[in-house]
Design a protein around this ligand. Structure first.
Ligand SMILES: Cc1ncc(COP(=O)(O)O)c(C=O)c1O
Length: 393
């Protein structure tokens, strides 16, 4: 007998550890910019799997690549060389931001936090130092190393003691960064646009200053582009807006069209020794095939360009709320990584948006975050604006 939405919600609640704040519907299928629930209701999806769905749901080229690869080989450890893996790694290197990264090497893993773990370990062995400078409000993941870099005390403090030393500085303040760098520091970790921390783009000039002082103090610059990567901000990688190339870049989320995958790309001259790091699932053939299809589609279908154009349009419409809605403090973001900061907690408005057929996510307590697919149309952007217009009263 078919179960009701409420019954399914209760089943998950009973079977799962209590990590997540569940939304009040049961998802069933996705197509392009829309998610459908089991009752057939359609939602404009501006959560997109927390930024996994840059290509939208079930992009046909990704579906086809998964189908074809699944007939040949589903699983294969890294120790057995694979054509599809070599192709995926070369493709990642070819689009990496900066000459020295393009001449570098890739480590494939399965998530964002694993890409960050790989970067922590590589920075420590390369620099022979243990410390990191990170930004306040940074989010770098939840595994023990990555959560040490993450700012929110709620995520971090229950698990202390964590790795260190970690120095936390104000995002956007290059002088504070310079003051924090000493002989203990292996690397600086930064998001070019802070995501979970409130959708805050780096102030102009900041990343260039940080790059310069990392060079001067012989410290590695690690860019976390897990949320900002693969066209999200209107360029393939957000650091390209400022012409800055890191020593190491961490990517994940939309890298493989929706399949679980992460990667760390390290510039030439940086490498692990054999057996220093590894992953059973890393470089999985299904994921590599999906990744090639996804990145090729982003390039061929000019998704970065669309994200830049429709993102600028959507931001201008969101900005109108700064004057028309008392509740709105600020609209901000880059490309299709956008947010509205409210003067009240955003939770209630997220639920009201769901009732109006729009899925959004929080970024801290007061912020509504929108991560729609990169091929969002202006009409769909207008649909989001109409829903917001209704709920922000
Ligand atoms: C900037 C950033 N870094 C790291 C992570 C962690 O990625 P994952 O959830 O795949 O481990 C996230 C996830 O939201 C993120 O946005």
């Amino acid at each position: 007998m078919e179960q009701s939405t409420q019954e399914i919600i209760e089943r998950e609640k009973k079977a799962e550890l209590s990590c997540y704040a569940k939304r009040p519907f049961v998802a069933e299928r996705g197509e392009g910019a829309y998610l459908y629930d089991k009752e057939g209701k359609k939602y404009l999806d501006c959560v997109m799997g927390h930024g996994v769905g840059n290509l939208g749901h079930c992009h046909p080229k990704v579906v086809e690549a998964i189908q074809e690869q699944s007939k040949k080989l589903i699983s294969c450890p890294e120790v057995f060389p694979l054509v599809v893996r070599a192709q995926f790694e070369e493709l990642l290197l070819s689009i990496a931001p900066g000459e020295r990264l393009r001449k570098g090497k890739v480590f494939l893993c399965n998530s964002g936090t694993e890409a960050v773990e790989a970067a922590i370990k590589l920075a420590r062995v390369a620099a022979k130092r243990t410390g990191f400078v990170v930004a306040m409000n940074a989010f770098h993941g939840r595994s023990t190393g990555a959560v040490s870099l993450t700012f929110n005390p709620k995520y971090r403090e229950p698990f202390e003691p964590l790795i260190g030393p970690i120095k936390r500085v104000r995002y956007g303040d290059a002088q504070a960064m310079e003051n924090a760098i000493d002989d203990s520091i292996a690397a600086v970790f930064l998001e070019p646009v802070q995501g979970e921390g409130g959708v805050r783009p780096a102030p102009d000039g900041y990343l260039q200053q940080v790059r310069e002082l990392c060079d001067r103090h012989n410290v590695l610059l690690i860019m976390d582009e897990i949320q900002t990567g693969f066209g999200r901000t209107g360029k393939m990688f957000a650091c390209e807006h400022w012409g800055v190339s890191p020593d190491i870049i961490c990517v994940a989320k939309s890298i493989a069209g929706g399949l679980p995958c992460g990667a760390m790309i390290a510039r030439e001259g940086l490498d692990f020794s054999p057996m220093q790091h590894g992953s059973t699932f890393g470089g999985n053939p299904m994921v590599c095939a999906a990744g090639i299809a996804a990145i090729s589609a982003i390039k061929d279908e000019k998704m970065c360009e669309n994200a830049a154009e429709v993102g600028a349009y959507l931001l201008s419409r969101l900005k109108e709320f700064e004057t028309s809605k008392k509740l709105v403090r600020e609209a901000r973001g880059k490309g299709l990584m956008l947010a509205l900061e409210l003067k009240q907690p955003s939770k209630e408005y997220l639920l009201r948006l769901i009732s109006n057929g729009v899925l959004a996510l929080p970024a801290g307590d007061m912020v509504l975050r929108f991560l729609p697919p990169l091929m969002l149309t202006k009409e769909q952007a207008d649909g989001l604006i109409s829903a917001l217009d209704k709920v922000l009263e």
